[in-house]
Design a binder for this molecule. Structure first.
Ligand SMILES: *Cc1c(COP(=O)(O)O)cnc(C)c1O
Length: 362
């Protein structure tokens, strides 16, 4: 028998979540964000699932995966959201009709200093407060003028103006300041615009405009700390399951695992689960992190090891070697495991390790 840990990826969940994004912003094009190997779900699998239902396009960071999609005959727009890293990539982008973000002087100059036969679609990015990527509001006018000159010269095809929100997921802050700055930048131009990530897509209709960029919601995890995925009507696309591979009986005073960080106060039955931090389970998840054994919700105990972790099965008399375990998925939201470990669902999904077998399910 092979090691029992598996990540099931649900095609219908991916498709339903994309449909949900389209319902939220019916007039906008929705570029499915599939960076980081489709947030850990397998970029080719995710692209194929969404293409089947007529996805508007894709957005990612990795040029090699963009080319993989073209190889797989996905002809939709593909946006490189960090843009190009060196001039040599410009030819490739033209050849394979990849759209590019242009967020800085170097990237704009790169376009100006090379002439090609086929125009390239550009997303000109503005820094409206996140201070990560983008032209500042002070430089915006000139950047737009230079991009328009490249359009007139048939070097740029379509020009879309874009920005990215830092706090769309925080109710008390939201998007207002950045929205106002971006609107000022766009004023007087007729170029299409793009602002929304998943959080803004859910909460700020005014940000939908021409192109939305849903990421995390496609995978059925919540962009919000204060709202669960289920109440957003999205479904988990990844379900990580394994099995118990041993049972231990602790007497009061007995400890379990590295560092003996859990010590039993009363007789305790421990299920040893074949899943550890080398599978992508967060080592920082403390005692009390939710886990499902035999269909029953219980808690982890002790320290997560490289290949194993411990579940408290004291209240689950049917637990035995071979009992099914869900680490996260339909019953245990990835966001709950993440919150317990002091992180967000995004990080756990992206960190699922290559050694975990992926299985496609409906
Ligand atoms: C990652 C990313 C997104 C998607 O964000 P989610 O919070 O996952 O929806 C959208 N736009 C840009 C520029 C990104 O880098």
């Amino acid at each position: 028998m092979t090691r029992p840990i598996v990540a099931e990826i649900s095609k219908s969940a991916l498709q339903a979540n994309y449909a949900r994004a389209k319902t939220l912003a019916p007039k906008s094009k929705a570029l499915a964000v599939i960076k980081a190997n489709g947030y850990g779900h397998g970029v080719e699998r995710v692209a194929a699932a969404l293409a089947e239902k007529g996805v508007d396009g894709f957005a990612l960071v990795e040029l090699e995966y963009a080319l993989k999609l073209r190889e797989n005959r996905h002809e939709q727009p593909i946006l490189l959201i960090e843009g190009l890293f060196e001039p040599a990539e410009l030819m490739i982008a033209r050849q394979f009709r990849l759209s590019v973000v242009v967020h800085c002087e170097d990237q704009l100059a790169m376009l100006e200093s090379s002439r090609g036969k086929s125009p390239i679609d550009v997303y000109l990015k503005f820094n409206t407060g996140m201070n990560r990527l983008g032209f500042t509001p002070a430089d915006a006018k000139q950047a737009i003028a230079r991009a328009e000159a490249l359009m007139a010269d048939k070097q740029i095809g379509t020009l879309t103006l874009m920005t990215h929100f830092a706090q769309a997921d925080e109710l008390d802050v939201g998007v207002d300041e950045q929205y106002v700055r971006f609107s000022a930048i766009c004023q007087g131009t007729k170029h299409p615009r793009s602002m929304s990530n998943s959080a803004a897509l859910f909460r700020y209709r005014s940000t939908h405009v021409d192109v939305v960029r849903p990421g995390i919601m496609l995978y059925g995890a919540s962009p919000f700390a204060d709202q669960a995925a289920q109440s957003l009507h999205i479904k988990p696309a990844m379900r990580v399951t394994s099995q118990l591979i041993a049972i231990q009986h602790l007497k009061p005073g007995d400890a379990v695992g590295y560092g003996a960080v859990f010590r039993a106060e009363k007789p305790t039955v421990v299920g040893v689960v074949a899943c550890g931090y080398a599978d992508g389970y967060p080592r920082h998840a403390p005692t009390g992190t939710p886990i499902l054994v035999e269909g029953k919700r219980t808690r982890t105990i002790g320290r997560v090891a490289m290949d194993m972790l411990f579940a408290d099965v004291t209240g689950i008399p049917t637990a035995h070697v071979g009992s099914p375990v869900e680490l996260w998925g339909d019953h245990i939201p990835v966001d709950e495991v993440a919150a317990s470990a002091g992180t967000i669902g995004y990080e756990l999904l992206c960190a699922i390790a290559p050694r975990v077998t992926m299985r496609d399910v409906a």
